[in-house]
Design a protein around this ligand. Structure first.
Ligand SMILES: *Cc1c(COP(=O)(O)O)cnc(C)c1O
Length: 348
């Protein structure tokens, strides 16, 4: 293990003191709050939200079996991705590694922060080639972005490969688990205590059905989470989001669990139905809430589906995804309509 946290944090971040907001300086219960220049007349939202999201973190960390100081909450996982670049990568100097194909946001965030990307092509089974990744990094490489289950391919990356990268890399290994709730495999949060350079990302946008509230999580050892807290906007998770997420965590866990089961069952059913269509060349294995399919004339099918009001994701220009569409698992009715329409289009 070559990892020493302070060696890879940007100097400006190491040396700065975070903004200290009114609610930081006074924590506790008082009867009169005259410290934050808020409007005093109660309308339910006239006060700043808890900058540390204490109640939310307590319940999430219990559910995830981690410490609440090992958890960062942000405005979607996208905020956590952006903060990773800002904490660890010096603009115009450092670089990061990400896999191809994968989620587009790492590259967009990297470009905004002016950080060079080094690309690790997955193999034909969409798996990591550890040796190839090791050959890509140098002292200026600060982050490796992995995504498991991967978007758009749907498969889990090999656990052994990820752990071996954590073991040998001097920087941070990010494992984006946006789809982990749909997977039969356990989360990498199990390895947090023994892996100081691991950051696991999860989100409320997929399985929890709360894409609209924008709430994402980063989980890591406390020293890494402290850096996120130093750099984030003081009130980065708004009051409405905190309230809604708390309501779901306390009252809706069973409903969400049932929805996840239904989506997984629908995924398997849709997979069988699509496999029966002669135009579908391949349905890739998926541990997520979408299927990647290879279909002849993918772009034509994509356009024809659009004409019928059905939007899928055309991935046919993506490396290793020739002639592929990514299809989110919908309701049972929506999935049946999809299959009927693909049949109708291709039988014409
Ligand atoms: C959908 C998705 C996310 C979610 O991002 P949010 O900002 O939390 O909505 C993160 N990572 C991947 C790989 C995704 O596909």
């Amino acid at each position: 293990m070559n990892f020493i946290l302070n060696n890879i944090v940007c100097t400006n971040i190491l040396e700065m003191s975070p903004y200290s907001c009114a609610r930081d300086e006074f924590e506790g219960e008082a009867s009169i709050y005259l410290d934050a220049n808020e409007n005093p007349f109660d309308n339910g939202l006239n006060r700043y939200p808890d900058p540390h999201q204490k109640d939310l973190k307590e319940i999430i960390s219990q559910k995830k079996a981690i410490g609440s100081d090992q958890l960062f909450l942000g405005n979607g996982s996208d905020e956590a991705i952006d903060l990773l670049f800002r904490i660890f990568c010096n603009s115009g100097k450092d670089n990061y590694i990400s896999i191809t194909p994968t989620y587009g946001m790492y590259e967009v965030c990297g470009r905004i922060n002016n950080i060079e990307r080094r690309e690790a092509l997955l193999d034909d089974a969409f798996q990591l080639d550890v040796e190839k990744i090791i050959a890509l990094w140098d002292q200026q490489t600060k982050l490796i972005f992995l995504c498991s289950p991967n978007n758009p391919t749907g498969n889990m990356l090999s656990k052994e490969a990820i752990l071996s990268l954590c073991e040998s890399f001097h920087g941070i290994v990010v494992v984006d688990e946006a789809y982990i709730d749909f997977s039969s495999e356990p989360s990498f949060t199990n390895y947090l205590d023994q892996t100081p350079n691991l950051v696991v990302l999860q989100t409320f946008s997929k399985a929890w059905g709360l894409a609209g509230i924008r709430l994402g999580m980063a989980m890591a050892q406390k020293e890494v989470i402290d850096l996120f807290n130093k750099v984030k906007y003081p009130y980065n998770v708004n009051q409405l989001t905190q309230q809604k997420a708390l309501d779901y965590l306390v009252n809706k866990q069973e409903k969400v669990d049932q929805e996840i089961k239904n989506i997984i069952a629908e995924r398997e059913l849709l997979k069988r139905e699509l496999n029966e269509l002669s135009t579908v060349e391949k349905v890739y294995p998926s541990e997520a809430n979408f299927l990647l399919i290879k279909i002849s004339n993918a772009t034509g099918i994509y356009q024809a589906l659009l004409q019928k009001g059905i939007v899928t994701r055309n991935r046919s220009k993506v490396v290793l995804c020739d002639e592929c569409l990514r299809i989110t698992i919908g309701t049972p009715d929506e999935n049946r309509v999809l299959v009927e329409q693909i049949k109708a289009i291709t039988e014409k």
